[in-house]
Design a protein around this ligand. Structure first.
Ligand SMILES: [Zn+2]
Length: 158
């Protein structure tokens, strides 16, 4: 039984499971505003160097909630941003980061392409913008693509 109370000022409703933000509990309607407030406070304190894990967690959760039903652009996800985003940069309008992506050209086979995507997040616009994408083609990726090819001949199926 969850008897915690939402910590949003003046709310008093029961807090929900999984709606904790930085140690505070919120009800459903106050989860997003609580998250936004916590992220903006971290952003204000951020010196522009490698952000803390807490910052990455709050930002990725915040950005995820701005896109309903998991519809972040280019199939970005909260987990990917939190774990794999690098080269974070604080800019006047918000922030930028780079993330390595492995794009598959076809659904189950075909070449896998590695790219570095540079993303910009605007605090005012509240959206993620793909600024540029650069190809990365390390040789080991070709090996990976070869190994990933199914061993069964295509003719044996159906
Ligand atoms: Zn509340």
């Amino acid at each position: 039984m969850n008897d915690r109370i939402c910590e949003w000022a003046g709310c008093g409703r029961q807090a929900g499971r999984g709606w904790d933000v930085d140690g505070r509990s919120y009800c459903g309607p106050h989860y997003f505003p609580g998250l936004e407030q916590a992220f903006l406070a971290e952003y204000a304190k951020w010196d522009g160097r490698e952000p803390t894990d807490k910052f990455k967690n709050l930002f990725s959760r915040y950005a995820e909630r701005l896109y309903p039903a998991g519809g972040m652009p280019e199939k970005l996800s909260q987990g990917r941003i939190e774990a794999r985003a690098a080269a974070w940069k604080k800019i006047p309008s918000g922030l930028e980061f780079i993330i390595e992506r492995h794009l598959t050209a076809y659904r189950w086979s075909g070449p896998v392409k590695t790219v570095n995507q540079e993303w910009r997040f605007g605090l005012q616009t509240k959206d993620l913008l793909l600024v540029r994408q650069k190809d990365v083609t390390p040789r080991k990726l070709r090996v990976f693509a070869t190994l990933a090819r199914p061993a069964t001949p295509a003719s044996s199926s159906v």
